[in-house]
Design a protein. Structure first.
Length: 155
């Protein structure tokens, strides 16, 4: 065989091996936002929030995942809290955050914003009583995501 044909075959084999290696590497890479946990200030008790819809970029890949609405999620964890209590969420280098309480009555969903702070990673429980869904919308350099959990609010 001519030398140039051997070189071309070697190059083709190397390219195929690189493509196979890349496919194997990326098939084992999970591109998704970090888990988010809520805890009461000065407490060890925490709950893992459900991850909702997100658009996330990592390792040169972008993933978009859609979710059912928070009010339709059946396995939301509940955190028992008091009115005006500060709830801390885990630090994941968020550039902005907003939080809202979802009010659900006979299938109709309304929400209102509650105090939140992405620099200090907290939300403040509003002056209400009962069980509500809290949804936290977060942005970072990697993308956007929302999380949901239940709050059982008492005085």
């Amino acid at each position: 065989m001519k030398k140039s044909v051997k070189i071309i075959l070697i190059i083709l084999v190397v390219i195929v091996l690189l493509l196979i290696g890349r496919k194997i590497y990326y098939s084992n890479v999970e591109i998704k936002p970090e888990d988010l946990y809520l805890s009461k200030e000065n407490s060890e008790e925490n709950i893992k929030m459900n991850t909702g819809t997100y658009s996330w970029e990592d390792k040169g890949m972008n993933v978009v995942a859609d979710s059912i609405p928070a009010q339709d999620m059946e396995n939301l964890k509940t955190l028992n809290v008091k009115q005006n209590e500060k709830i801390i969420f885990t630090d994941c280098d968020w550039t902005s955050s907003s939080a809202r309480i979802l009010l659900i009555h006979e299938g109709t969903v309304a929400g209102f914003a509650i105090e939140s702070n992405s620099e200090e990673n907290y939300i403040i429980v509003p002056n209400m009583e009962g069980e509500y869904i809290v949804q936290i919308d977060l942005k970072s350099d990697k993308g956007d995501v929302w999380y949901a959990a239940k709050l059982n609010i008492s005085k």
